[in-house]
Design a protein around this ligand. Sequence first.
Ligand code: PMP
Length: 330
Amino acid sequence: MRYAQSVSDLVGNTPLVRLARVTDGIRATVLAKVEYFNPGGSSKDRIAANIIDAAERSGDLRPGGTIVEPTSGNTGVGLALVALQRGYRCVFVVPDKFAGPKADVLRAYGAEVVVTDTNVPPDDPRSYYSVSDRLASEIPGAFKPNQFANQNGPRAHFETTGPEIWRDTDGRVTHFVAGIGTGGTISGAGRFLKETSGGEVVVVGADPEGSIYSGGDLHGYDVEGVGEDFLPDTFDSSVVDAYERISDTESFAMTRRLAREEGLLVGGSSGMAVVAALRVARDLPEDAVLVVLLPDHGRGYLAKVFDDEWMTARGYDTTDTTPSTPRSHA
Ligand code: PMP
């Protein structure tokens, strides 16, 4: 019989699939690493087990303990998958910008969700960061993974994501493109690929317009899970060779094309990463092999990027991807 002992054993070993339709005019091979094949539906499943294992070893997390973390969703799902199975309580603090379907998923896994106001500065007592700090100090036996500082995050990608890409491309990967949220993915997988290739693999960070990583003005944006207004400890800038700065308009148009043309229903940060990948790939020769990481599933965004009314209300053009038969909202 061939079966997993638990769903957390199914994390990782996500497939590479060639992008064939959105790559018109590109000679290089562009491969998407589709992280929605993880059991919780995102790349964040990878860091959860690493973080919890380390906290159990260090004694920061003890039997009956509570995990408290600010998360826009994916990290919470990953943590919930592992934690609830092992008998830990989970309390997640979610900014109202991300509440809705993503928070509903966390509740469905049995986690408690506290919604906070997005429109207050980080040091305001009502902020996502302040509320999670307060809960972590008030709840007895609380452990705060702190995904923006926890080095077990990048380590998970160094130990799994990077080696999988190297293995599945037979070491032929020449470029790696990923978005940057905590920076765990690009820092961990990027460092593995750089070290293993003797510095040959080029690592490109995809960043929303308005985020700190690629420089320029800091301002709000709609794509979720990527970009920051501070530099987290989990981000190692020495790994990144270049940045591509991508507008929400481009990210969302590509996200919709990926569903319709490639059959890949993914989130907006995946569309953003693919826009960056295609910009890089445009100038590459035929023998180049570019791997772009698609962090999560599109199901959590049906009321946003895949909804024409939401898109139009936010000022995005939907004409090139709207079906000829409008759907009824009755
Ligand atoms: N996209 C989405 C949807 C995410 O949730 C995250 C994680 N915040 C990322 C991209 C970026 O991954 P990382 O934190 O490893 O940089």
